[in-house]
Ligand binder design. Structure first.
Ligand SMILES: Cc1cc2nc3c(=O)[nH]c(=O)nc-3n(C[C@H](O)[C@H](O)[C@H](O)COP(=O)(O)OP(=O)(O)OC[C@H]3O[C@@H](n4cnc5c(N)ncnc54)[C@H](O)[C@@H]3O)c2cc1C
Length: 280
């Protein structure tokens, strides 16, 4: 019989994970769907479940010299209300599910689910987010792209929890997020785009692009971005097609029930081009 454990604090949760194998459940908005049963009975969980949404140590947003530290179990809706959460991340939160779901869904759940279409992953990649993982043995901190290795695949060990998401302080003059979905709310992205740039006196000091749902993980290519840094805005506009040519082979979407690969690639490239066109 499946056991359901609700630890009272983080150390008790880590102890359980150290001693036995559990499936961690946060808001459950992915897991409940993945394990749903259709006969109006509770979800068909096939593993012992460890409920962590209410752990007090994991629900916080702190502004530190290292960056913004978001506790793994902070509900998405709380992030929308917090003055220190970057505007770009808030724009993305507003397009994730609907308000009811956002009161329980978490960033850690979006990361743990590791869907190529996970909306929060796109700005987290763009903003160089770091993920703090904790077990009884201690903590390790990894860049988000080292945590997610493929669709529904992560390097999170069975005895570890995502503890915090760290977003370094950064300054941009331009940011943009676009999610293309079937409808405005409660839609999984067909393609998503986030761009950020810092342009000072006509020179590009920082330039970043992240794309979701067009590869096995979110795409971000620092080599392409580096070719732009230090160049003038007019250089960037003149070389727009070269940049699109550089991104084109990286964009390798699939056909599925939501869209097809030709449409996804076309839209992804149009969004990059549009972002460059809008820079001034
Ligand atoms: C109607 C509906 C609409 C949705 N709309 C969107 C949308 O627009 N955009 C979008 O991206 N997603 C959407 N989702 C999916 C889901 O809401 C998000 O992925 C959400 O962020 C998951 O968070 P959660 O806390 O509910 O995760 P859970 O379902 O609890 O967990 C998801 C995975 O993460 C793991 N996990 C959770 N917390 C931790 C932790 N601290 N440490 C280690 N592993 C952990 C779990 O073991 C599990 O594998 C939608 C879901 C529904 C049902």
């Amino acid at each position: 019989m499946v056991r359901h454990i609700i630890p009272k604090d983080l150390s008790e949760a880590l102890k359980h994970l150290d001693e036995n194998t559990f499936r961690v459940i946060a808001g459950g908005t992915d897991l409940m769907i993945q394990k749903r049963s259709w006969a109006e009975t509770p979800p068909a969980f096939d593993q012992d479940m460890l409920y962590i949404l209410n752990l007090p140590e994991l629900n916080h947003v702190n502004h530190t010299s290292d960056g913004l530290i978001i506790g793994a179990m902070t509900p998405l809706e709380d992030l929308l209300d917090h003055p220190d959460v970057p505007k770009l991340l808030k724009e993305v939160m507003l397009e994730m599910a609907g308000p009811g779901l956002r009161y329980v869904a978490t960033l850690a759940g979006n990361i743990g689910n590791a869907s190529p279409a996970g909306d929060s992953l796109v700005p987290l990649y763009l903003m160089d987010a770091r993920i703090v993982l904790e077990s009884l043995a201690g903590q390790r901190t990894l860049p988000i792209e080292a945590v997610i290795t493929g669709p529904r695949q992560t390097v999170i060990r069975p005895n570890e929890l995502i503890r915090d998401i760290v977003i370094p302080h950064q300054q941009f003059t331009h940011t943009r997020f676009i999610k293309v979905g079937t409808r405005k709310a409660d839609a999984i992205a067909k393609v998503s785009f986030a761009g950020a740039a810092l342009i000072e006196q006509g020179v590009t000091q920082d330039f970043r692009i992240a794309l979701g749902a067009v590869y096995q993980t979110v795409i971000r290519d620092r080599d392409i971005e580096d070719t732009v840094v230090g160049k003038t805005l007019s250089w960037l506009k003149t070389h727009k097609q070269d940049l699109l040519d550089a991104y084109e082979p990286l964009i390798q979407p699939i056909d599925d029930q939501r869209s097809n690969k030709i449409y996804r690639k076309h839209v992804a490239l149009r969004m990059i081009g549009d972002f460059i066109d809008r820079l001034e």
